[in-house]
Design a protein around this ligand. Structure first.
Ligand SMILES: [Zn+2]
Length: 84
């Protein structure tokens, strides 16, 4: 499967890049980045931006009570009991 990853197009890789960074995955370890200078540069840019964003918004995952507030707000809007 490593070959497939290495042979993916820049377009395919770049489509996955924000997701990889967002999930905290080490995108720079990706085989495509290892073999593609263009995406390596792009990744470096994106990681700089992501890092700056993390410093501005240190809480990446909203705390549980926030989700509960959102959920109860949704449930108030739509009071169908057996929904999920
Ligand atoms: Zn590339």
């Amino acid at each position: 499967m490593t070959e497939d990853l290495k042979n993916m197009t820049c377009e395919e890789f770049q489509a996955q890049m924000p997701e990889m960074i967002g999930s905290g995955e080490n995108a720079s370890a990706h085989p495509h980045v290892q073999s593609c200078e263009l995406c390596r540069a792009l990744l470096a840019d994106l990681e700089t931006i992501a890092e700056a964003a993390r410093q501005m918004f240190p809480v990446v995952d909203p705390p549980d009570h926030l989700w509960q507030q959102i959920e109860s707000a949704i449930q108030e809007e739509d009071s169908t009991p057996d929904r999920r």
